[in-house]
Design a protein around this ligand. Structure first.
Ligand code: AMP
Length: 426
């Protein structure tokens, strides 16, 4: 980042005082690079494609200028699509926090929540509607939502939407949106289908890229342990015994999550689980307990890998190595967010060799191998054994910069009732 950008503050942007007040209350001193790059074109009403990994401040990068824009016009509302319920709820929380003093009304429409709650939220004519695609389409089909006043449309984590099979639903939603809208797309990577949606539905979009494409969370210190599948639990418990910070553990299947959580619990650690067989209420409670420190360890499938924002996750452990290389990037993006640093440890069995190679191709770097502290190197895949301890620390500069002030407040809206859960994958 240039020295000039480094000096930027939020008052350099054309954001009204009420927003700057909430930004300050949130503790944001300077805009992150994605915020510095996104806020001006979004304020100008341009379409924007933001290529940024999680943890870079991308939610506020679109939320701040949207709050400014909807606060300027009674006629206007924004629709934000997110791939998972948790992410949708986090986005809503960010809009509420940063839009509070500007009188912004936010509604969240996600599956797993009683439908009556949606009706109440929708009839309040929110300025910002945040939704997962499945539940939103239920409402569209029941005639509960009217999109006439949607002038800003955001697709967050578009690549994740793609992975979860949501591209047809995004197409369906776009069909009902007014043509004279602004479209913003946030994504860490750009799969061809996502690129196609962008090309078809965006008008000369400004492309904003922060950091390398597909870069992992660059401040996370990564390490790999080779291990037999039978030795994973002992190694995990050993690592938990070794520290005392918050730990997020990824397992591949729901049954795997349950089993790992049971083993951790038997060691008397405070642990909870997130996967798609749990009710939304249980998932919310697991997140809340992890966030406020009531549980130290959260075990999850990849449903938790994207977008979840919990401060101070010290250690992400890939108990099962991900089969999709992109998931590696998103999992380790849960630690070392914004300016924190963290540790990302992966257990690799003999069968995981090709997945490790795929991740290394994606990130353009070798994953550093450490000696298994329990001495169970479980048939090292592909690459030769190397030294102990941790390795490879990378740095990035999730610095910030910022700016301005301007107009006044109001609302947009739509109405509602009915719906079912969107599809869940993991
Ligand atoms: P996100 O990438 O949107 O998930 O944001 C990651 C974390 O960064 C969240 O906890 C935000 O509250 C925080 N954050 C966003 N913008 C800033 C900023 N300018 N300064 C400090 N923290 C920020």
């Amino acid at each position: 980042m240039s020295e000039e950008e480094d000096q930027q503050t939020f008052s350099d942007f054309a954001l009204r005082e009420s927003i700057l007040k909430d930004v300050a209350a949130a503790g944001f001193e300077r805009p992150t690079p994605i915020q510095a790059a996104c806020i001006p074109p979004v304020l100008e009403g341009k379409d924007v494609i933001g290529l940024a990994q999680t943890g870079t401040g991308k939610t506020a990068a679109f939320a701040l200028p949207i709050i400014e824009r909807v606060a300027q016009s009674m006629e206007m509302a924004a629709l934000v699509l997110a791939p998972t319920r948790e992410l949708a709820q986090q986005i809503s929380a960010m809009f509420e926090e940063l839009g509070h003093s500007s009188g912004i009304r936010v509604a969240t429409v996600v599956g797993g929540i009683p439908i009556e709650k949606d009706w109440k939220a929708l009839v309040s004519w929110p300025n910002v509607l945040v939704a997962t695609p499945g539940r939103l389409i239920d409402h569209m089909e029941s005639g509960n939502v009217v999109f006439n006043d949607i002038k800003v449309f955001v697709v967050d984590e578009a690549d994740r939407m793609h992975d979860m099979g949501f591209i047809p639903q995004i197409d369906r939603v776009i069909k009902d949106l007014p043509e004279d809208r602004q479209t913003l797309m946030l994504t860490a990577t750009m799969p061809p289908d996502v690129e196609r949606i962008a090309r078809r539905n965006m008008r000369s979009a400004v492309r904003v890229q922060v950091g390398r494409r597909s870069a992992p969370a660059e401040r996370a210190e990564q390490q790999v342990f080779h291990v037999n599948s039978t030795g994973k639990i002992s190694l995990l418990l050993h690592l938990l015994d070794d520290g005392d910070g918050r730990v997020l553990v990824f397992a591949r299947t729901k049954a795997g999550v349950d089993e790992v959580a049971r083993s951790i619990r038997s060691r008397r650690y405070r642990v909870d689980r997130i996967h798609s067989n749990r009710t939304q209420i249980d998932r919310n409670e697991a997140m809340a307990a992890f966030r406020d420190g009531r549980t130290r360890v959260l075990v999850a499938t990849d449903i938790a890998a994207r977008g979840l924002d919990v401060a101070d996750i010290e250690h992400v452990i890939n108990y099962d190595f991900p089969h999709a290389a992109e998931d590696y990037v998103h999992r380790i993006g849960r630690t070392a967010r914004v300016e924190a640093s963290g540790r990302a440890t992966s257990f690799v069995t003999r069968a995981d060799g090709r997945y490790v190679a795929a991740v290394e191709r994606l990130i353009g770097d070798k994953l550093p191998i450490s000696a298994n502290p329990l001495g169970d190197d479980g048939g090292r895949p592909e690459r030769s054994r190397s030294g102990g301890g941790r390795s490879s620390a990378r740095r990035s500069g999730a610095k910030r910069s910022g700016g301005g002030r301007s107009s006044r407040g109001s609302r947009g809206g739509r109405r509602g009732r009915s719906g079912k859960s969107p599809k869940t994958t993991q």
